[in-house]
Design a protein around this ligand. Sequence first.
Ligand code: APR
Length: 234
Amino acid sequence: MKKRIAVLTGAGVSAESGLGTYRDNGGLWDNYDPMVVASAEGWARNPGLVLDFYNMQREKLREVQPNEAHRLIAALEKDYTVDVITQNVDNLHERAGSTHVVHLHGEATKVRPENTCNDYDGFSEKYVVDVGYDAVRLGDKAPNGAQYRPHIVFFGEAVPKIERAVELVAAADIVLIVGTSLQVYPAAGLYRYARPEAPIYLIDPADVTLCDSRVHHIKAVATKGMQEFVGMLK
Ligand code: APR
């Protein structure tokens, strides 16, 4: 039976593909107010602005490729059962070959009717449509007549897949964290569900301080850190 690795990723794993992070200098939230473009209130107040923001995210995705870190994470599946639990809304893990990806905060290439708002039907795939990299505008409606909205967990909304993510982390033999500032809950608290005997590795070039003695910090960018991590597994 293959050992299980839970890989918790954030924007840092896609940084070397050319996608911006959120909170580094010059990050997305330096240029856009998340409460305007990525919150439930923002959607209620000005859905057109929110649609434009995610149209821009989708357009950027068309131009970028997975990087070596995505590929090395996917390659772990040869010897391990790998659960990627990402805060990212990009599709780079899938495009690099990862076959089990849980998107805690939704997916930029997908939309759903805006009236599927509760935990159950909001994330039940039957309403979700993959628009690829195409723009979605005000007036683009679902078969039920409701305006399409980004299939994103906005600030102020529940994270329907968090229970599943906790189960996957608690089942892991190894937990790997790549490229997240661990500032947004409940995603940021996931690593604490690791079993006591499960080693936790953190790949990040910044001085991320985790008050957990089990955490082994590989201070490097994702592509280099993943090479070092893979070497440690041998
Ligand atoms: N390789 C690895 N890590 C990197 C790299 C890199 N090349 N460049 C930056 N980082 C690290 C930063 O040091 C930081 O710790 O990636 C992390 C990025 O942190 P954030 O920008 O806060 O992104 P993230 O943690 O994914 O944000 C979480 O916040 O706004 C919400 O929903 C949004 O999913 C997002 C969530």
